[in-house]
Design a protein around this ligand. Structure first.
Ligand code: URA
Length: 207
C-alpha cells in the first residue's frame, strides 16, 4: 500500500494546534480545515488531468482540468470537518456520506448511515476521516465502497496509528493513505498516542 506522509512545516504547525489540548473547538476546526487543504492538494498531486480549449482575453489556448474528480466521502461525525474544505478544493466533486459511531466499550465501529452512489467503478474515492486508529471504521467504509465496485480508494487522514496502517495494508483492498503523521500507537482504549483526543468531540463538543 502506498503511504504518503505530508511532511511540510505548515502541516506540522496546524497539526500541533490540533494536538494541543488548550486549543478550543473553533480553532481546532480551523486548523483541521487548513490541514485538509494540504492533504487534498497532496492527494491529487498525481491525478490525471485532461486538456480542453479555452480563450484567454488575448488568444485561444489549451486549459487543463482533473480528468475524473474524486467522490468525497466524509465519515461522520469527525470527517464532517474535512468535507467543506475538500469540496472547496474540488468544487466539481460529488459527495457521499458514511456514518460510523465508535462503541466506547469495545472500540468497534457501529455503522448508522450509508449514502453512496450505486456504482463506483473507475471513480477515485477519497474517504475523509481525521483519525486512523484501529482501522475498523476505515475498513468498514472501504468494504462498503468495494461492494459498489470501487477500485481506486484514498484514505485521507490527519493522524494514523501504525496498527491502523497495518490493518489497511493487510486488507488487500485497492487503497492508499495520505496522512499528516503516523503516531506511536494506541492506548488501552484504542486512542492514538500522542494523538489529539477524540476528533469529533474536539470539533463539536462531547456527545
Ligand atoms: N478516534 C479519535 O477521534 N481519536 C483517537 O485517538 C482514536 C479514534
Amino acid at each position: 500500500m502506498q503511504v504518503q506522509i505530508v511532511d511540510h512545516p505548515l502541516a506540522a504547525a496546524r497539526l500541533t494546534t490540533m494536538r494541543d489540548k488548550a486549543t478550543d473547538n473553533a480553532r481546532f476546526r480551523a486548523a483541521l480545515s487548513d490541514l485538509t487543504q494540504m492533504l487534498i492538494y497532496e492527494a491529487l498531486s498525481q491525478a490525471p488531468s485532461e486538456s480542453f480549449p479555452i480563450e484567454t482575453p488575448l488568444v485561444g489556448c489549451e486549459g487543463t482540468r482533473l480528468a475524473t474528480p474524486p467522490l468525497l466521502v466524509p465519515v461522520l461525525r469527525a470527517g464532517l470537518g474535512m468535507v467543506e474544505q475538500a469540496h472547496a478544493m474540488v468544487p466539481e466533486a460529488h459527495v457521499g456520506f458514511v456514518g460510523i459511531a465508535r462503541d466506547e466499550a469495545t472500540a468497534k465501529p457501529v455503522p448508522y448511515l450509508e449514502s453512496l452512489p450505486d456504482d463506483l467503478s473507475g471513480l477515485p474515492v477519497f474517504v475523509l476521516d481525521p483519525m486512523l486508529a484501529t482501522g475498523g471504521s476505515m475498513l468498514h467504509t472501504i468494504e462498503l465502497l468495494v461492494a459498489r465496485n470501487a477500485d481506486d480508494i484514498t484514505a485521507v487522514c490527519v493522524v494514523a496509528a501504525p496498527e491502523g496502517v497495518a490493518a489497511l495494508e493487510n486488507s488487500a483492498h485497492p487503497v492508499r493513505l495520505v496522512v499528516a503523521a503516523v503516531d506511536e500507537g494506541l492506548d488501552d482504549v484504542a486512542y492514538i498516542v500522542p494523538g489529539l483526543g477524540d476528533a469529533g468531540d474536539r470539533q463539536f463538543g462531547p456527545r
